[in-house]
Write a protein that binds this ligand. Structure first.
Ligand code: F6P
Length: 343
């Protein structure tokens, strides 16, 4: 079989582990040829590729990022996009393609499948917001990085009796904020799923002070919004080809509001792309490897239109349509369960 591979959307640790697993099993077990397309769907549209071999994928397991590069290119934004995808498939005599991506990349994969193009999906994203899988690889690493940052901020917050606001990524889902906040013992956690009341935030901080704790940690998801407001976007924000604006700025806004309302010295830290960089955790390496091995098996079973997914401890195949049907966001009851730990 001749099979393509691409990585699309925001990168995350573990992408190389999937590529390595796919290439190893494709070549050594099935005797396939593997074509790696550069920079996500852009590589397929522009026929920008490299042949992947066991040699070219050696040593990449612990490396963050993706050796194939990534982009947020949307073939459906070009009039001849689908035809160009078909032309590239034909010129390489490809039987199918493994697309490693999040909601957007896999949304394209799903639409292409409906147009008769053979694609199998592998779920990735630090945001953990894809449906039909219990977790995406990349999330565990981002969580580890954010939790470690919160631990570090705790000590300096305590030394200076300050409020430290930590802005984390996650787009419209609060998984990174909630889990890193719980792991790091945050006093306030703000997630996009539940618009926050700034008076309540300040009440929790004041209550800590009245109990003799003169510092606090506030973890805010980049998509968190005040009850009366809408999600903050960066001033320079343009929407990408999937219509997403760049989120950010809530940390700074909270810094100003909390300091002016409580009188307590406040600082904001934006973790940003640090959360996406560097080596994957062991959990993400293993999950990515398992998903990659299952994807090449699925290609040989001609399971086009499916995505490999983690269900409890098993890797299963699920329909791409189900995976991209809606974002997986934090349920309100899940957030409320932790309420007793705040303030
Ligand atoms: O989807 C992953 C993610 O890191 C989001 O958490 C964040 O909103 C976005 O990508 C940032 O995108 P970019 O790297 O294009 O600035």
């Amino acid at each position: 079989m001749r099979i393509g591979v691409l990585t699309g959307g925001g990168d995350c640790p573990g992408l190389n582990a999937v590529i390595r697993a796919v290439v190893r099993k494709a070549i050594d077990h099935y005797g396939d040829a593997v074509i790696g397309f550069r920079d996500g769907w852009r590589g397929v549209l522009e026929d920008y590729f490299e042949e992947l071999t066991i040699e070219s994928t050696r040593g990449i397991l612990p490396r963050g990022g993706t050796i194939l590069g990534s982009s947020r290119t949307n073939p459906f934004k070009r009039d001849d996009g689908v035809q160009r995808v078909r032309d590239t498939f034909a010129s390489h005599n490809l039987e199918g393609l493994i697309a490693i991506g999040g909601e957007d990349t896999l949304g394209v994969a799903n639409r292409l499948c409906q147009d008769g193009v053979n694609v199998i999906g592998v779920p990735k994203t630090i945001d953990n917001d894809l449906g039909a899988t219990d977790v995406t690889f990349g999330f565990d690493t981002a969580l580890q990085i954010a939790s470690e940052a919160i631990d570090r901020l705790h000590t300096t917050a305590e030394s200076h009796n300050r409020i430290l606001v930590v802005e984390v990524m996650g787009r419209n889902a609060g998984w990174i904020a909630l889990h890193s906040g719980i792991a790091g013992g945050a006093d306030v956690i703000l997630i996009p799923e539940i618009p926050f009341d700034i008076d309540e935030v300040c009440r929790l901080i004041r209550r800590r002070h009245s109990r003799g704790r003169y510092f606090s940690i506030v973890v805010a998801a980049e998509g968190a919004t005040p009850k009366e407001g809408s999600a903050m976007t960066l001033e320079t924000a343009e929407v990408d080809e999937f219509g997403h604006p760049r989120l950010g700025g809530i940390g700074q806004r909270l810094e100003r509001e909390i300091e002016s309302r409580t009188g307590f010295e406040t600082r904001a830290t934006v973790l940003g792309h640090v959360q996406r960089g560097g080596t994957p955790t062991a959990f993400d390496r293993v999950l990515a490897t398992r998903l990659g091995l299952a994807a090449i098996d699925a290609a040989h079973e001609r399971q086009w239109g499916m995505m490999t997914a983690l269900h409890a401890t098993e890797i299963k195949l699920v329909a791409l349509t189900d995976a991209v049907a809606e974002e997986r966001r934090v349920p309100v009851e899940e957030y409320e369960r932790y309420g007793v730990l705040f303030g």
